[in-house]
Design a protein around this ligand. Structure first.
Ligand SMILES: Nc1ncnc2c1ncn2[C@@H]1O[C@H](COP(=O)(O)OP(=O)(O)OP(=O)(O)O)[C@@H](O)[C@H]1O
Ligand SMILES: [Mg+2]
Length: 310
């Protein structure tokens, strides 16, 4: 097997803390619960010393529960609807964790959508190479006594082929081999106890392979913004442009589902389509006419939901 170079495996390696990641993270709205639980999980996995110290302080005899907590599988799955902030969150959460734990964290991002679709066996080879490299790097960060010198987040984005159950009839032989390589990689990280967490992003919420399910410390589900979240995003952006409370409410309604069988705007429909459309309707010759905005919102068709499996 020809060896693959680092540039071929990972897209853009990032080191945290990183001010740009912090800004992107702060721009993600309505995800506070997810930000909170994900950062705690990552913090405990990359820097187990924090959890150890906490247990020792309050419950010095609770060694069993400590072991249970620290032995959690090194995988977190972010799954759910398109444009809901999975990739953004996965690419920026490392900054918060690095600051909280006062530790350097490296992001190694592997995207399967743009790669591994060529020669047979390429996806499997890529996944194996990614795990090999990650584990070697992480061994250098491991500290036997106390605090790890750093941590690694291995991000496997666009992992739909991997999330899909191997039991599915439609699953190609090559994809099954890819899933197996992935599961082997997770197990190798767990058994070598290196400071690595794997984050996998996928749209295939309902089809996640049972072996992957079993190996995930958490499966965090992302959904379209509800009324409250849409209101929050719209207010934050449009209040300073002179929109009244009533106009915001009209926009909240216009960006919601038209009836109980339809869907409303995704987060990215609001931030990447609606808001620019409102601005560019008036730019550069005049100021914004708020009633135009509501018509624009009614005109835009929400991105269709990702259809699972079938
Ligand atoms: N919660 C949010 N708050 C603000 N903007 C958001 C939010 N979620 C998504 N966005 C915007 O939508 C864009 C797309 O988000 P992202 O790439 O993270 O989606 P995703 O969940 O990974 O979607 P896909 O499943 O299609 O890969 C982001 O660049 C961001 O601008
Ligand atoms: Mg994504």
């Amino acid at each position: 097997m020809a060896s693959i170079s680092l540039n071929e495996i990972f897209e853009h390696i990032l080191n945290y803390p990183d001010i740009d990641a912090q800004e992107r993270f702060n721009r993600l709205m309505g995800l506070d619960d997810k930000k909170n639980s994900l950062s705690k999980l990552l913090g405990a996995m990359i820097n187990p010393l924090g959890v150890k110290n906490w247990i020792n302080k309050y419950y010095p005899n609770a060694t069993n529960v400590l072991e249970t907590i620290l032995r959690r599988p090194p995988l977190i799955v972010l799954s759910g609807d398109v444009g809901s902030g999975k990739t953004e969150l996965a690419e920026t959460i490392g900054d918060l964790v690095a600051r909280q734990e006062k530790i350097e964290i490296t992001l190694l991002p592997l995207s399967l959508s743009t790669r591994g679709q060529g020669r047979v066996g390429e996806m499997t080879q890529l996944i194996s190479a990614a795990f090999d490299y990650t584990i070697e790097e992480a061994k250098k960060l491991k500290s036997s006594s106390d605090k790890n010198r750093g941590g690694i987040i291995l991000l496997i984005d666009e992992a739909d082929a991997l999330a899909q159950s191997r039991e599915s009839n439609q699953m190609h032989h090559e994809d099954k081999a890819g899933v197996n390589a992935f599961i082997r990689g997770i197990d190798r990280i767990a058994s070598s106890k290196v400071p690595v967490v794997v984050i996998m992003c996928t749209n295939r919420l309902d089809a996640i392979d049972p072996a992957i399910r079993r190996r995930s410390a958490d499966i965090i589900k992302f959904e379209r913004p509800n009324e409250e979240q849409r209101k929050y995003v719209l207010e934050l952006n449009l209040k300073p442009l002179g929109f009244s409370d009533q106009q915001i409410d009209e926009l909240v309604e216009a960006t919601g589902p038209k009836n109980k069988d339809s869907i409303g705007y995704s987060f990215s429909d609001i931030t990447q389509r609606l808001l620019p459309a409102i601005i560019f309707e008036s730019y550069p010759s005049r100021s914004i006419n708020t009633s135009d905005a509501i018509n624009i919102a009614k005109r835009i068709i929400p991105t269709p939901q990702f259809k699972d499996g079938a």
